[in-house]
Design a protein around this ligand. Sequence first.
Ligand SMILES: [Fe+2]
Ligand SMILES: [Fe+2]
Length: 373
Amino acid sequence: MEGSAISAVMHESASHIISPVIGLHHITLVTGNQEVNRRFYTEILGLRRVKYTVNQDDVFHRHLFYADEKGTTGSAITFFEWPELPKGSIGLGSPHHLAYSVSNIDAIPKWRAWLTSQGVSVTGPFIRDGRVSLYLRDPDGVNIEITYPNTDEVSQDYLNEQDKNAPTIIVITNDMRLVKFNHATPISYDLHQTALFFDKLLALKNSFTKPNPDQADTAIAAIGNDDQPDFLRYIVSDQASRGFVGKGNVHHIAMAVETDEEQRKIETRLNDLRIHNSGVIDRFWFHSLYFRDPDGNLLEVATKGPGYTRDEPLEKLGSSLILPPWEEPERNEIEKVLKETDRKNPIKWPPKYPKIRSPPETIVFPKNPVAAE
Ligand SMILES: [Fe+2]
Ligand SMILES: [Fe+2]
């Protein structure tokens, strides 16, 4: 992005502009095995597979969507299955973690008890910054936070007591459900550039920046709108080095807009600011527009509609391989290749879960990159 292009639009910030972005839409990651992935996200995390399809840019690889029962915008975690990729590493361009909200504080000790009983590596709960959070890693090494964003009158002693008395959980109950994303955490080298980028492009504000309680020489910078001021929580460090997106990493973070018109305006703005972008792409269930932030993190702006029920009734969502109409002529070839992928990529269940770091919201600097070991 060129400085002159940014300064040309700076005057527009004089009055408060409401962001067209309503929050997160979905977050897409990379898995090495779709069946291990399916079992983990449905049986262990209690989400529902709402779409079972292929990567439209690479149709011989799968794309799996998991979300709440209805596939509500902001609840979908999606995965490209790329068994051939190496494990990735976290850094600039390869975000650190994502966080799901739960609707009540009592869900936290229940999740801890449940995940531990399933052999998942867990750390926390931690109370900090107005939230109480647990952290875990999925079978590919993805860092996941489960958070309850209100710590009024909750003390560590209370949590310890709750933890001691946590019931044995034999099934995920409704009060434990992961509701929707609370935030995603990419890494930034230069907060000034990041804040300017989101402000000028999307009218998203850097509402606060605080020392990172997990790592004193880094900061947490919130980027968001009026309703959700921190749906992006960047870890900021001028020591951060480039990451690599592979198995166990976030591939891209998608933000939601209500309408195609809003999306077109963002496309125009990207072009005015001379930010390289994909142009609007029809993904059949929504429309997508891709670009990168100044640190190389891949971002998407996606429309809320038409929605996952466009080609499947609600009760059947995700139950069989579904292709956008323009890929149907390739179905036989696609199914053949996917079968061959599975033959070469047998599942191991239960998986060997990677250990979660503690404290969890830390980045490791150049000599020893954080690998999804
Ligand atoms: Fe977090
Ligand atoms: Fe996406």
